[in-house]
Design a protein around this ligand. Sequence first.
Ligand SMILES: *Cc1c(COP(=O)(O)O)cnc(C)c1O
Length: 420
Amino acid sequence: MIRKTRLFTPGPTPLLPAAQFAMAAADLHHRTAEFRAMYTRVLAQLKEFVGSKSDVIVLSSSGTGAMEASVSNLTSPGDRVLVLSAGKFGERWSALAKAFGCQVDLVSAPYGGTFSLDEVRAALKLETRAVFMQATETSTGVRHCVPGVAALLKELKSEAVLVVDAITGLGTTHIDMDAWGIDVLIGGSQKAVMIPPGLSYLAVSDRAWERMEATYNPRYYFDLRKERKNAKNGESAYTPSVSLIAGLGAALDYIAAQGGGDLAKGRAMLVENAETISAMTRAAVLALGCTLFAPDAPSAAATAVLPPKGVDSGVFVKELKSRFGAIITNGQGEMKGQIFRIAHLGFFDYLDTISLIGALEQVVHSSAELKVAVPGFKFGDALIAAQKVFAERKADEAAQNKCLCGRSSACCSMQHSAAK
Ligand SMILES: *Cc1c(COP(=O)(O)O)cnc(C)c1O
């Protein structure tokens, strides 16, 4: 068999062909009218994609650059900040805040879990200046309740700005920055927007822009106020990643076209797409004797899977790659060998999902180790489970009996329905 390499990884994700062509054609200088027209258009599209009235800033960096910019621009040394962490990316917030001299209070949940709002309430102090969290923690496949945390900050009339790493949350989970009161919402190019790594973007609220007037942590390349000033003239402060910006424009055109020309509708379809194929994947892996690593609040960005007892997760990673060219990811750090992760964000569809599930069945069938671990295995079990999920899924299922954060469990007692 020949192998076609396909990425099922939570960043980088598969590339949109139209974006690749746009990138290849983007041979232009960044201090020209041509670039200014393109950049201005992409920034406006991005604002619609993010779904906020706030200015969106684009940085030529991976996602962590925008995380660092949020810390360096919004805090001063000695500031008390709260980090909500349940995995590797939550830990990155702590490390970043410490690197910029903040005093970090931490609410953490075991890997695979999420924190309760009561814990967040107990950890918030009068002097907390910022709260940092993920919308979806990619290392464990869990979804956090962003609207719950936002509502809590409002209820307590907290001075803290809420910074949300939605790098895998944007385009996979419903987020309403302005209505909920998020101050900074961060995205990255190699995730749901279907282009290569190298761009990060952040929507910044008025409150956060005001905060920046008084903070004094060091910043230079990632000076958001400088970028904002330049963006108003259609430019970036330094040489931007021109080709990626062209690719982003093409990707946002594609997403808008999916929504009949409406980017907000296209984003909602992208979210529903991820919700559907993640639900198919969850049903399929359960039918293969696996269990979910984050069963209570699974994210639609990526599914983290515990293999059958006694089996190293690397078996799935290795077999899928060597036999079918399908690239999934192992666990990060100490989770290596314990879980494997399958991504659903961006340019994945029904056919990609069904194919991968078919390949997973082949892996279970042909591995002696897995055959012993899954004694009742029959071809078709996982495919049937996924097919049923797809066929029985109602168009607006995502909105039914769910918290606004998208979780099916009643994750918090906030009146999310009021904001609907
Ligand atoms: C991918 C990702 C990031 C950013 O990582 P980079 O390698 O810097 O792009 C941050 N947070 C989450 C949740 C991610 O999935």
